[in-house]
Design a binder for this molecule. Sequence first.
Ligand SMILES: NC(=O)c1ccc[n+]([C@@H]2O[C@H](COP(=O)([O-])OP(=O)(O)OC[C@H]3O[C@@H](n4cnc5c(N)ncnc54)[C@H](O)[C@@H]3O)[C@@H](O)[C@H]2O)c1
Length: 359
Amino acid sequence: MNKPIRMAVVGVGRIGVFHARHVQELARETGVCDLVAVSDTYGDTASRVAAALQADQATEIHAFNDVSDLAASNAIDAALVASRTEDHERDARVLIDAGCRVLLEKPLTHSLASAEAFVADLNRDPRRKNALMLAFMRRFDAPLLKAKALLEQKAIGNVFKIVSVLEDPIPPPVGYNSAGLLTDMAVHNCDEILWLLGGPLPEYVAAFGSNLYNCTISTVEEDYDDAFLQMWFPGRTIGQVMVSRNHVAGYRNATWIYGDDGVIHVGHFQEDPRKVEVEAYGRDGVIHKESISLRDYGPDVPVFITRFGESYKNELDYFITQCITDAPFSVTHEDGLNAMRVAIAGGEAICDREDTTRV
Ligand SMILES: NC(=O)c1ccc[n+]([C@@H]2O[C@H](COP(=O)([O-])OP(=O)(O)OC[C@H]3O[C@@H](n4cnc5c(N)ncnc54)[C@H](O)[C@@H]3O)[C@@H](O)[C@H]2O)c1
């Protein structure tokens, strides 16, 4: 049996704590990993979270305030980085330079220029090229994987349009660092569409942005609180992304995939947030219909944990498996850069009311 992968979680804020708990669960369930450290630069977060997590395991969890000290400690083989977006690149670089493999939260970095420079540096040598997995959890999500399988079976024929919606019910937490609504939120939808289509990047994008409601209640700095992005792929395929911080009635995630023989729909905004519908319809009616039940993380967790908790655990499980076998990752810094390229092109093209035609 291989030695367990010694893992750290860097950045144990809103999502990092859940990532750390998933490392502990996998350690208990399979013995493939151990949570040996957490690192966080903000106040006493590292020691406070380490103490809370320690109650669930015997192996000591070391607390670091600085990722360089963690990297120099020789205590870890791999790390999950869920720090502030503006710290992603620095944290990932330090860990990769120290020989670790890194599962990095989205977006890859805070700006396109830094993302391009980071990717170029990683690609310069074979070890670094295989060192980073981008945490696009949708690629490990059971309902979306079912949709992808239906697509690959040609259940709805040839695809010509994908619509992907992501809407938050509440503002990001106080102190949250956003690289802009499209880079922070739509990067998920952009990657989802690129992954589902499995082809080249779009050739053109257009986008609209508005400030509607969240901007009046949130202290977090962000360019827009509501946006629409359209991408045109080579040929006749389009992708449409809707992102918003303004869906106060609850977290809404939905994807519609249109083909010349039917449509697939994933996700539904409904009474029970722990159910996701996957349905496909053709000209003669139902092709596929199932309701997938999600794990119950309890009522007091962030909305994205209720919807994607199991997907985060699946991506972590996959990451650790690849670390054990020293195998490459299926989703990398290149995918992180591609999704950013589309989202940021949308940000550059974005129109608000002043740029449009008066009726
Ligand atoms: N994949 C997903 O679905 C998903 C969901 C949420 C967040 N994320 C990503 O994960 C990363 C972390 O997001 P998060 O929601 O955990 O953010 P967060 O703000 O809760 O935590 C991020 C870091 O900021 C620190 N922090 C907390 N409050 C702070 C303050 N007031 N001032 C300075 N620092 C503070 C935390 O200790 C932590 O180190 C981000 O890059 C985000 O894009 C991904």
